[in-house]
Ligand binder design. Structure first.
Ligand code: UDP
Length: 385
């Protein structure tokens, strides 16, 4: 019977391991250097307050993909959850992403949807035909005043650079709405697992052919030869010992606040101003409105450059990073029994749902090839630089 090794027990590794275990006569070892499964989606029940904490920052599942939504709900009970975010600036508290309420409140107007759309078109910089970066995208869509109030400072803090150095696609993650819908996400299905992500990922890994080993760091050079294939979901630059240089990531640090009752009255409040050192505060009991807790726990979130053993969060994907990535991808070509997948393995800015879809697709093409005596694809199909 073939043995496979999956490195990394986040969504990517867990979904892939499960598909292999179900579709092939095999055993799958899945290892993770941390002492928990779930990667950055890890949640735990806090001893002091009883609140379910999202250890690496808020994770709200959102997708349009029914297949992915059904998949996660087969492995855990999801409660529908709408994320409503506020932003505090010197002029007051506003709704994010920008919607009709934000526009009317910000400009002291009473516009209807059509009027607001025309009004914003008038504010936008019409001279920008093809926005070349984040700032141009914002100036074209909303004009300088809204951009500077809500995006410029936040983005500078979040990414540690001038927004002109960032891709316009980062801003495109957020909608601008000309109605009062204040759901942060545009997706059809939004939810949070009732018992946390560990419950969901634990269920995915619950299969007699899967063996989970935690707190184990695997050096690529030390991978035993009897594995038919290795699926690496850790950072691709770590696989090659950073020999071509480090890929840039932003990492987050969290400052814990313990209080009684309700600290801020909302799950997430953003602080876009550059004068505030953190980007946002999240209060975790509000991610589970179906629970009741007397105590509360919130975190101020700070963003910084990843160094040393910091946990990588957001891939920066600057052009210098993409050049390094190209070199790692070229080196990967010569590997015979390794594939790379997931946010870290492919160095892409991916939401949980995209990670799961990729892992399912990668597993199905891998299984077909393995059954025909061939090697699985080096990267998921859509992971080109
Ligand atoms: N952003 C901002 N102000 C906000 C919220 C978001 O400038 O109040 C920018 C920021 O650059 C961020 C991007 O919009 O990286 C995308 O936001 P999103 O919430 O999608 O980021 P994520 O969920 O990945 O943290």
């Amino acid at each position: 019977m073939d043995r496979y090794l999956v490195v990394g027990a986040g969504f990517s590794g867990a979904v892939l391991a499960r598909e292999l275990a179900e579709q092939l006569p095999c055993t799958v070892d899945i290892i993770d250097e941390r002492n928990h499964i779930g990667g950055n989606c890890h949640t735990f029940r806090d001893d002091q307050s009883g609140v379910m904490i999202h250890a690496y920052g808020p994770h709200i599942f959102n997708t349009n993909d029914e297949k992915v939504w059904d998949y996660v709900r087969r492995h855990g009970s999801f409660r529908l959850y709408v994320n409503r975010v506020k932003a505090v600036i010197d002029r007051g508290v506003f709704s994010m992403p920008i919607n009709l309420h934000t526009i009317n409140q910000f400009f002291g107007l009473k516009l209807n949807p059509n009027q607001a759309s025309e009004y914003l078109a008038g504010l936008g910089d019409a001279s920008i035909a093809e926005p070349a970066n984040f700032e141009e995208q914002a100036l074209k869509l909303m004009g300088r005043e809204l951009y500077e109030a809500f995006f410029k400072g936040y983005t500078t803090k979040q990414w540690g650079c001038d927004p002109r150095e960032l891709s316009a696609s980062i801003l495109k993650r957020l909608p601008i709405r000309f109605n009062y819908d204040d759901n942060y996400y545009e997706k059809k299905f939004c939810g949070i697992p009732e018992e946390g992500y560990g419950d969901v990922i634990g269920s995915i890994l619950m299969h007699p052919a899967i063996h989970v080993r935690l707190g184990e760091r695997m050096h690529p050079g030390a991978i035993p030869h009897d594995y038919r294939h290795v699926f690496w979901t850790g950072p691709i630059d770590a696989y090659f010992d950073y020999s071509e240089g480090r890929l840039g990531y932003r990492t987050m640090t969290f400052e814990r606040i313990d209080a009684m009752g309700d600290f801020q009255g909302n799950p997430v409040i953003n602080y876009p101003g550059i004068e505030v050192p953190f980007t946002r505060i999240h209060e975790h009991k509000h991610f589970a409105p179906w629970e009741r807790h007397e105590r509360t726990v919130a975190f101020r979130e700070y963003s910084k450059e990843t160094a040393g053993n910091d946990i990588p969060y957001y891939p920066k994907r600057f052009s210098s990073d993409l050049k390094i990535l190209e070199r790692y991808r070229e080196r990967a070509e010569s590997l015979e029994r390794v594939s790379f997948l997931g946010r870290l393995g492919t160095y892409r800015y991916m939401d949980m749902e995209a990670v799961i879809r990729d892992a399912l697709n990668h597993a199905s093409s891998s299984v077909e090839l393995l059954l025909n005596g061939r090697r699985p694809p080096l990267f998921p199909e859509n992971a080109a630089v």
